[in-house]
Design a protein around this ligand. Structure first.
Ligand SMILES: [Zn+2]
Length: 337
């Protein structure tokens, strides 16, 4: 964890108490809100809710408004979502325009004076990718690098301490324990992906969500759609990728739980018509986690699943179907040979 570059939120906290770095006199500080003393925290994605839950433990009720298989790039809040955001004591979102259609809602919440924070603020700008095709905007898929996500953990702690300073020690302790789990997950992803033969270490996916994963774990990524699912790929983009699959003899490509599989089907058919059989390597969780209440419905399970499925499909030698800790009993079944 020592090599990660996080924003120095600790400094802000200390200075903030002296110079008002951020308002800490929130009306939620007391927790006396008629909800049994618990804060009501509403988050956008499941990943953000999972992260916040790790920090606050029993101190708050934490909910995500985006459920399983929801694409955050295209998500527009419903009336009941807006109501939930309005009633919440604190709102956390991912940021970097991941939730591109919620910007107005975030602005309104800010104007109301409610504490609202982007977890991405914890990542140092130097660590962000800004692909040329995204016209200067940073890639929002920061949870794909476990160390960057760990920086977001620090951000959540810092912001929770601002609004509930009485429990600062508890939040810090919870985060410290979780950071160890993230460290272990990061190491698992590194060694598992490294066990894929070098000439097969390429993953082809539906949209460009795996740029940080690629950098952190040493696997090339090509995708049919760009960094957001707002725009559809052209025929030329698909044809180029088909040629790539055929030329490089790529054995498997991956579908994503929150993105339509149409482009992946087009790639498989295109390669097939040129005499190269490509399999679906399995379903990956890119912008949404698995079902709530399951291991894959946690951030740890999501990254474990992705890493294990990628390594199994591409011929990794240091990977077992059970995943990191044997919790993915059916990982092999999701890899269609
Ligand atoms: Zn995405």
């Amino acid at each position: 964890m020592s090599r990660r570059i996080c924003v120095a939120v600790g400094v802000c906290l200390v200075i903030g108490s002296l110079f008002g770095c951020r308002n800490s006199d929130s009306d939620v500080e007391s927790g006396n809100d008629g909800k049994g003393g618990k804060l009501d925290i509403v988050c956008t994605t499941g990943m953000v809710a999972d992260l916040v839950r790790q920090v606050v433990g029993e101190r708050a009720e934490v909910r995500a408004i985006m459920k399983i298989n929801i694409d955050p790039h295209l998500f527009t809040p419903t009336t009941s979502d807006v109501r939930a955001l309005g009633k919440a004591d604190i709102v956390f979102y991912s940021g970097l325009f991941l939730e591109g259609r919620m910007v107005d809602a975030f602005e309104k919440i800010k104007e109301s004076g409610k504490p609202i924070f982007a977890v991405a603020a914890g990542v140092d700008k130097k660590s962000l990718r800004s692909p040329s095709e995204f016209e200067g905007h940073p890639d929002p898929h920061i949870w794909m690098d476990v160390q960057l996500w760990s920086c977001c953990l620090d951000e959540v702690v810092a912001r929770m301490v601002e609004v509930d300073s009485d429990h600062a020690d508890e939040f810090a302790k919870n985060a410290e324990a979780y950071a160890k789990e993230l460290d272990s997950l990061h190491e698992y992803a590194k060694t598992t992906i490294a066990s894929i033969p070098k000439d097969r270490r390429v993953m082809v996916t539906a949209h460009d969500a795996f740029g940080y994963y690629s950098l952190a774990y040493g696997i090339a990524v090509r995708s049919a759609q760009g960094i957001t699912t707002e725009s559809e790929p052209g025929v030329n983009d698909i044809n180029k990728l088909v040629d790539f699959l055929v030329a490089e003899k790529i054995p498997a490509i991956f579908v994503e739980s929150s993105v339509s599989a149409d482009n992946i089907k087009a790639l498989i058919e295109g390669a097939g018509s040129k005499g190269h059989k490509v399999n679906v390597g399995g379903e990956l969780f890119s912008d949404a986690m698995g079902a709530a209440g399951t291991y894959r419905g946690t951030y740890l399970g999501m990254i474990d699943h992705n890493t294990t499925v990628i390594a199994l499909a591409l011929g990794g030698t240091d990977v077992s179907a059970g995943g990191k800790d044997g919790k993915l009993a059916d990982a092999e079944a999701t890899v269609k040979k």
